[in-house]
Ligand binder design. Structure first.
Ligand code: PGA
Length: 237
Protein backbone atom coordinates (compact mmCIF):
# COMPACT_ATOMS: atom_id res chain seq x y z
CA UNK A 1 0.00 0.00 0.00
CA UNK A 2 1.46 3.32 -1.08
CA UNK A 3 0.97 6.36 1.16
CA UNK A 4 1.74 9.95 0.20
CA UNK A 5 1.49 12.79 2.68
CA UNK A 6 0.73 16.16 1.11
CA UNK A 7 1.53 19.59 2.51
CA UNK A 8 -2.05 20.73 2.31
CA UNK A 9 -5.57 19.97 1.08
CA UNK A 10 -5.04 21.74 -2.26
CA UNK A 11 -2.02 19.61 -3.13
CA UNK A 12 -3.80 16.42 -2.14
CA UNK A 13 -6.86 17.39 -4.20
CA UNK A 14 -4.73 18.22 -7.26
CA UNK A 15 -2.89 14.90 -6.97
CA UNK A 16 -6.17 12.98 -6.67
CA UNK A 17 -7.62 14.78 -9.71
CA UNK A 18 -4.44 14.06 -11.67
CA UNK A 19 -4.72 10.34 -10.88
CA UNK A 20 -8.36 10.28 -12.01
CA UNK A 21 -7.62 12.36 -15.13
CA UNK A 22 -4.68 10.13 -16.09
CA UNK A 23 -6.86 7.06 -15.64
CA UNK A 24 -9.58 8.56 -17.87
CA UNK A 25 -6.89 9.49 -20.42
CA UNK A 26 -5.60 5.91 -20.44
CA UNK A 27 -9.09 4.40 -20.64
CA UNK A 28 -11.75 6.86 -21.87
CA UNK A 29 -14.57 4.40 -21.10
CA UNK A 30 -13.33 3.88 -17.55
CA UNK A 31 -15.68 2.81 -14.75
CA UNK A 32 -15.14 4.98 -11.67
CA UNK A 33 -16.22 4.45 -8.07
CA UNK A 34 -16.94 7.82 -6.44
CA UNK A 35 -17.40 9.16 -2.91
CA UNK A 36 -19.35 12.02 -1.38
CA UNK A 37 -18.31 14.05 1.68
CA UNK A 38 -16.28 17.20 2.19
CA UNK A 39 -12.93 15.58 1.38
CA UNK A 40 -13.39 14.95 -2.36
CA UNK A 41 -14.81 18.43 -3.12
CA UNK A 42 -11.37 19.82 -4.04
CA UNK A 43 -10.74 16.87 -6.34
CA UNK A 44 -14.10 17.37 -8.03
CA UNK A 45 -13.51 21.09 -8.60
CA UNK A 46 -10.12 20.28 -10.17
CA UNK A 47 -11.76 17.72 -12.47
CA UNK A 48 -14.42 20.25 -13.48
CA UNK A 49 -11.70 22.84 -14.22
CA UNK A 50 -9.79 20.33 -16.36
CA UNK A 51 -12.96 19.56 -18.28
CA UNK A 52 -13.79 23.23 -18.79
CA UNK A 53 -10.24 23.79 -20.07
CA UNK A 54 -10.92 21.12 -22.71
CA UNK A 55 -8.47 18.67 -21.17
CA UNK A 56 -10.81 16.02 -19.84
CA UNK A 57 -13.58 14.16 -21.61
CA UNK A 58 -16.20 12.30 -19.57
CA UNK A 59 -18.33 11.31 -22.58
CA UNK A 60 -17.62 7.60 -22.18
CA UNK A 61 -17.00 7.52 -18.42
CA UNK A 62 -19.30 5.53 -16.16
CA UNK A 63 -19.52 6.03 -12.41
CA UNK A 64 -20.88 4.14 -9.43
CA UNK A 65 -21.28 5.99 -6.16
CA UNK A 66 -20.55 4.49 -2.79
CA UNK A 67 -23.77 5.15 -0.95
CA UNK A 68 -27.06 7.00 -0.54
CA UNK A 69 -29.54 7.79 2.21
CA UNK A 70 -32.72 5.77 2.27
CA UNK A 71 -35.88 7.84 1.86
CA UNK A 72 -34.42 11.03 0.38
CA UNK A 73 -35.59 11.95 -3.12
CA UNK A 74 -32.81 12.50 -5.65
CA UNK A 75 -33.44 16.26 -5.68
CA UNK A 76 -33.29 16.57 -1.87
CA UNK A 77 -30.41 18.88 -1.12
CA UNK A 78 -28.88 16.36 1.33
CA UNK A 79 -29.11 13.37 -0.99
CA UNK A 80 -25.84 12.06 -2.33
CA UNK A 81 -27.30 12.11 -5.85
CA UNK A 82 -27.84 15.86 -5.40
CA UNK A 83 -24.27 16.22 -4.10
CA UNK A 84 -22.84 14.44 -7.15
CA UNK A 85 -24.93 16.49 -9.57
CA UNK A 86 -23.84 19.78 -8.02
CA UNK A 87 -20.18 18.87 -7.41
CA UNK A 88 -19.42 17.07 -10.67
CA UNK A 89 -22.07 15.67 -13.00
CA UNK A 90 -23.78 18.97 -13.90
CA UNK A 91 -20.45 20.53 -14.87
CA UNK A 92 -18.89 17.85 -17.09
CA UNK A 93 -20.03 15.90 -20.15
CA UNK A 94 -20.76 12.63 -18.38
CA UNK A 95 -23.99 11.09 -19.70
CA UNK A 96 -26.74 11.02 -17.03
CA UNK A 97 -27.48 7.38 -17.82
CA UNK A 98 -23.85 6.52 -17.03
CA UNK A 99 -24.00 7.85 -13.48
CA UNK A 100 -25.15 5.29 -10.95
CA UNK A 101 -25.94 6.26 -7.36
CA UNK A 102 -27.66 3.62 -5.19
CA UNK A 103 -31.39 4.33 -5.06
CA UNK A 104 -32.59 5.33 -1.61
CA UNK A 105 -36.21 5.35 -2.73
CA UNK A 106 -36.58 1.96 -4.42
CA UNK A 107 -39.65 -0.01 -3.29
CA UNK A 108 -37.48 -3.04 -2.65
CA UNK A 109 -34.17 -1.75 -1.35
CA UNK A 110 -32.49 -5.13 -0.94
CA UNK A 111 -33.32 -5.96 -4.51
CA UNK A 112 -32.01 -2.56 -5.63
CA UNK A 113 -28.78 -3.26 -3.73
CA UNK A 114 -28.30 -6.61 -5.46
CA UNK A 115 -29.05 -5.03 -8.84
CA UNK A 116 -26.46 -2.33 -8.16
CA UNK A 117 -23.74 -4.97 -7.73
CA UNK A 118 -24.97 -6.76 -10.83
CA UNK A 119 -24.78 -3.53 -12.83
CA UNK A 120 -21.19 -2.95 -11.71
CA UNK A 121 -20.36 -6.45 -12.88
CA UNK A 122 -22.13 -5.94 -16.21
CA UNK A 123 -20.06 -2.82 -16.81
CA UNK A 124 -16.89 -4.84 -16.34
CA UNK A 125 -16.19 -3.84 -12.73
CA UNK A 126 -14.86 -0.61 -11.25
CA UNK A 127 -11.46 0.36 -12.66
CA UNK A 128 -10.64 3.11 -10.19
CA UNK A 129 -12.38 3.69 -6.87
CA UNK A 130 -11.88 6.98 -5.03
CA UNK A 131 -12.72 6.68 -1.33
CA UNK A 132 -13.01 8.95 1.66
CA UNK A 133 -12.72 7.67 5.22
CA UNK A 134 -14.64 8.41 8.40
CA UNK A 135 -12.95 9.44 11.64
CA UNK A 136 -13.96 5.97 12.90
CA UNK A 137 -12.47 4.25 9.85
CA UNK A 138 -15.75 3.75 8.04
CA UNK A 139 -15.82 3.42 4.28
CA UNK A 140 -19.12 4.42 2.77
CA UNK A 141 -21.65 3.47 5.43
CA UNK A 142 -19.67 0.40 6.47
CA UNK A 143 -19.38 1.46 10.10
CA UNK A 144 -17.25 -0.38 12.69
CA UNK A 145 -19.12 -3.57 13.67
CA UNK A 146 -18.50 -7.18 14.61
CA UNK A 147 -19.75 -8.24 11.19
CA UNK A 148 -21.31 -6.65 8.13
CA UNK A 149 -22.79 -7.70 4.80
CA UNK A 150 -20.05 -8.11 2.19
CA UNK A 151 -21.86 -6.60 -0.79
CA UNK A 152 -24.12 -3.61 -1.41
CA UNK A 153 -26.74 -3.54 1.34
CA UNK A 154 -29.12 -1.51 3.45
CA UNK A 155 -27.72 -0.39 6.78
CA UNK A 156 -29.20 1.20 9.92
CA UNK A 157 -27.38 4.42 10.74
CA UNK A 158 -25.85 4.56 14.18
CA UNK A 159 -27.27 6.94 16.78
CA UNK A 160 -24.02 8.89 16.57
CA UNK A 161 -24.27 9.35 12.80
CA UNK A 162 -27.92 10.41 13.03
CA UNK A 163 -27.05 12.98 15.71
CA UNK A 164 -24.01 14.25 13.78
CA UNK A 165 -26.05 14.58 10.59
CA UNK A 166 -28.88 16.36 12.40
CA UNK A 167 -26.44 18.94 13.70
CA UNK A 168 -24.44 19.36 10.53
CA UNK A 169 -27.05 19.11 7.78
CA UNK A 170 -30.62 19.03 8.98
CA UNK A 171 -30.86 22.14 11.13
CA UNK A 172 -30.75 20.06 14.32
CA UNK A 173 -33.94 18.26 13.30
CA UNK A 174 -33.39 14.61 14.31
CA UNK A 175 -36.68 13.58 12.68
CA UNK A 176 -35.55 14.81 9.26
CA UNK A 177 -32.41 12.68 9.27
CA UNK A 178 -32.64 9.38 7.41
CA UNK A 179 -32.32 6.37 9.69
CA UNK A 180 -31.02 4.04 7.00
CA UNK A 181 -28.67 4.14 4.07
CA UNK A 182 -27.69 1.92 1.21
CA UNK A 183 -23.98 1.34 0.79
CA UNK A 184 -21.59 -0.63 -1.32
CA UNK A 185 -20.09 -3.39 0.82
CA UNK A 186 -16.40 -3.82 1.48
CA UNK A 187 -16.29 -6.80 -0.87
CA UNK A 188 -17.89 -4.72 -3.63
CA UNK A 189 -15.30 -2.00 -3.06
CA UNK A 190 -12.38 -4.43 -2.90
CA UNK A 191 -13.28 -5.78 -6.33
CA UNK A 192 -12.19 -2.48 -7.90
CA UNK A 193 -8.98 -2.78 -9.89
CA UNK A 194 -7.35 0.22 -8.20
CA UNK A 195 -8.32 2.22 -5.11
CA UNK A 196 -7.23 5.63 -3.90
CA UNK A 197 -8.28 6.85 -0.47
CA UNK A 198 -8.27 10.52 0.47
CA UNK A 199 -7.93 11.60 4.09
CA UNK A 200 -7.76 15.22 5.14
CA UNK A 201 -7.33 16.69 8.58
CA UNK A 202 -6.45 15.70 12.13
CA UNK A 203 -9.80 14.01 12.69
CA UNK A 204 -8.72 11.25 10.30
CA UNK A 205 -5.30 10.69 11.86
CA UNK A 206 -6.40 7.85 14.17
CA UNK A 207 -8.08 5.98 11.32
CA UNK A 208 -4.96 6.34 9.15
CA UNK A 209 -2.82 5.12 12.08
CA UNK A 210 -5.03 2.04 12.30
CA UNK A 211 -4.38 1.33 8.62
CA UNK A 212 -0.65 1.88 9.20
CA UNK A 213 -0.66 -0.92 11.80
CA UNK A 214 -1.33 -3.47 9.05
CA UNK A 215 -3.81 -5.35 11.17
CA UNK A 216 -7.19 -6.31 9.76
CA UNK A 217 -10.09 -5.37 12.01
CA UNK A 218 -13.73 -4.52 11.37
CA UNK A 219 -13.38 -2.08 14.27
CA UNK A 220 -11.76 0.05 11.58
CA UNK A 221 -13.29 -1.12 8.29
CA UNK A 222 -10.68 0.75 6.24
CA UNK A 223 -7.99 -1.70 7.44
CA UNK A 224 -9.60 -4.22 5.06
CA UNK A 225 -7.98 -2.27 2.24
CA UNK A 226 -4.84 -4.28 3.04
CA UNK A 227 -6.59 -7.19 1.32
CA UNK A 228 -6.17 -5.30 -1.97
CA UNK A 229 -2.89 -5.06 -3.84
CA UNK A 230 -3.35 -1.69 -5.54
CA UNK A 231 -4.29 0.91 -2.96
CA UNK A 232 -2.86 4.38 -2.60
CA UNK A 233 -3.50 6.60 0.42
CA UNK A 234 -3.42 10.34 -0.19
CA UNK A 235 -3.20 12.11 3.15
CA UNK A 236 -2.91 15.72 4.31
CA UNK A 237 -3.20 17.47 7.65
P1 PGA B 1 -15.79 13.66 4.94
O1 PGA B 1 -16.51 12.25 5.04
O2 PGA B 1 -15.09 13.68 3.61
O3 PGA B 1 -16.92 14.65 4.97
O4 PGA B 1 -14.86 13.77 6.08
C1 PGA B 1 -15.82 11.14 4.64
C2 PGA B 1 -16.54 9.91 5.09
O5 PGA B 1 -17.18 9.96 6.16
O6 PGA B 1 -16.41 8.87 4.43
Amino acid sequence: MKKTIFKNYEEMSTAAANIVAAAIGAKPNIVLGLPTGSTPCGMYSNLVAMHKAGKLDFSQVKSFNLDEYVGLQENHNQSYRFFMQTQLFNHVNILPQNTYVPSGTAKNLEEAAALFDKKIEEEGGIDLFVLGIGANGHIGFNEPAASMPAYTHVVDLTKQTIEDNARAFFGGNMKAVPKKAITQGLATILQAKKIILLASGKSKAAAIESIDKKILTLNCPATMLHLHNNVELLVCN
